[in-house]
Design a protein around this ligand. Structure first.
Ligand code: UDX
Length: 446
């Protein structure tokens, strides 16, 4: 099938590559010439396991092409994806200007029926806005053409995006058009083997499904972080509580890991956007407001521990920091907890020596050269002349470190762990003080 994807970001690029891999004929359109040139040379704009070989092999075999030529893109696809960004507005609601610009572009260039698919995470009611924009533009241009607009939200996780796209849990199709449903069932049939993963519903429910999924997951995390704060204050260990509640299949073990807060391009943005949308329909979304507030506070948790240990004086201290990305297997720093920590440390006059397996360039891009940030070549190098060690991201490479080396390298034998990677008893065997999230015994030991 001929497919066009507008927007070569995370969602657009992965979706395009995966569709090409199963044999569809895909054209990707982006306004960024540099991005297009790079992709043609095999330079992929994001770090995502498995994506580079997938994109390059499909490009070499001519199944995926990249262009800035919107007209070419619109003419090519019978199915046209909108996968452009929806950055938060000043008030936290999703900004639809890029989605609407693509809708207008499609209407301007289309010469026959198109199925337009909203793949970006967009507020409920966006499909109606896209329909209005396309209809108005067609009318202005005196074009008598039909089209469908479908909501088909993406559920991929960064770091596992290719696999998530290749083996989706579900494929949500928000449409009441039999024609669009039939075409999209055909488009997705290679991903719909073994059992039917396609769930067809009305367009507004599909749009809300995406927000509901992300907000539910964010709620689980903030709930656990709230419990971890209580565990700490009440003398309990959240890791025992986690195992205790996760064994109930109604609760489950997934997404109940306490930590130094959730980040990334989705949860913070989507929770805020749904709060705003709720306000817009006259409803105060109290749970979601709390999810957001608890997460904000949780991102300050490691800083609070440091202030506690150093009795409110961090001036002149050098902090070794392991992990900068918002989660492992990505170089994405959007809304990362490490940023809140570093910025608060700098405010106090402390220095940071950081290492991350993938996010060093991104950190450099965000913060530039500053005397209170040193990006080190290895995790061991961060320890040299540091006062203590802080862990923000649970990269595999941090899970079994040389504790003797840590102890002998840092000036104060203390580790602040935002992802609960180690057993407190093991840390004390190595003579290391250990602050972990919600583990009263470790925190109390000081
Ligand atoms: C998320 C959703 O999982 C995905 O379905 C959706 O399409 C986009 O948003 P992603 O942002 O890639 O994906 O990250 P995810 O793996 O879900 O993690 C988000 C954040 O939650 C990370 O900062 C992670 O560290 C944190 N987290 C996750 C926890 O703190 N505890 C947990 O138990 C799980």
């Amino acid at each position: 099938m001929k497919v066009t994807v507008f927007g070569i970001g995370y969602v657009g690029l992965v979706q395009a590559a995966v569709l090409a891999e199963v044999g569809h004929d895909v054209v990707c359109v982006d306004v960024d010439q540099n991005k297009v040139d790079n992709l043609e040379k095999g330079i992929i704009p994001i770090y995502e396991p498995g994506l580079t070989p997938l994109v390059t092999s499909n490009f070499e075999q001519g199944r995926v092409k990249f262009t800035t030529d919107a007209e070419k893109g619109v003419t090519h696809g019978e199915v046209v994806f909108i996968a452009v960004g929806t950055p938060p507005d000043e008030d936290g609601s999703a900004d639809l200007k890029y989605v609407q610009a693509v809708a207008k572009t499609i209407a301007t260039h289309m010469q026959k029926h198109k199925i337009i698919i909203n793949k970006s995470t967009v507020p409920v009611g966006t499909a109606d806005k896209v329909i209005a924009t396309v209809s108005e533009t067609l009318k202005e241009l005196n074009k008598d053409l039909t089209f469908d607009v479908v909501s088909n939200p993406e559920f991929l996780k960064e770091g596992a995006a290719v696999n998530d796209c290749m083996r989706p849990d579900r494929i949500i199709l928000g449409t009441e058009s039999e024609f669009a449903e039939k075409k999209l069932r055909e488009l997705y049939s290679p991903f719909n083997r073994n059992h039917d993963k396609i769930i067809v519903m009305d367009v507004r429910s599909a749009e809300l499904t995406k927000y509901a999924a992300n907000c539910m997951l964010a709620t689980k995390i903030s709930f656990m972080n709230e419990m971890s704060n209580l565990a700490e204050l009440m003398g309990a260990d959240i890791e025992n509580v986690r195992k205790g509640i996760g064994s109930d299949p109604r609760i489950g073990y997934q997404f109940i890991y306490p930590g130094c807060g959730y980040g990334g391009s989705c949860f913070p943005k989507d929770v805020q956007a749904l709060v705003r949308s709720a306000n817009g329909v006259g409803y105060k979304a109290k749970i979601l407001e709390s999810v957001e507030a608890v997460n904000y506070r949780q991102k300050e948790k490691l800083f609070d521990y440091l202030m506690d240990f150093y009795k409110g004086d961090l001036k002149g201290n050098t902090i070794a920091l392991w992990g900068l990305s918002f989660k492992p297997n990505t170089d994405d720093m959007r809304e990362a907890s490490s940023r809140v920590l570093m910025e608060k440390l700098w405010e106090q006059g402390a220095k940071v020596q950081a290492f991350d397996p993938e996010a060093m360039e991104e950190t450099q891009r965000i913060y530039g050269n500053r005397s209170d940030l040193s990006l080190m070549g290895t995790k061991e190098a961060t320890l040299n002349n540091a006062d203590c060690l802080v862990i923000c991201t649970e990269w595999q490479a941090f899970r079994a470190p040389d504790f003797e080396l840590i102890k002998s390298s840092i000036k104060d034998p203390v580790v602040f762990d935002g992802r609960n990677l180690f057993e407190p008893s093991l840390m004390s065997e190595y003579g290391l003080h250990y602050y972990a999230i919600g583990r009263a015994l470790s925190v109390k030991a000081h």
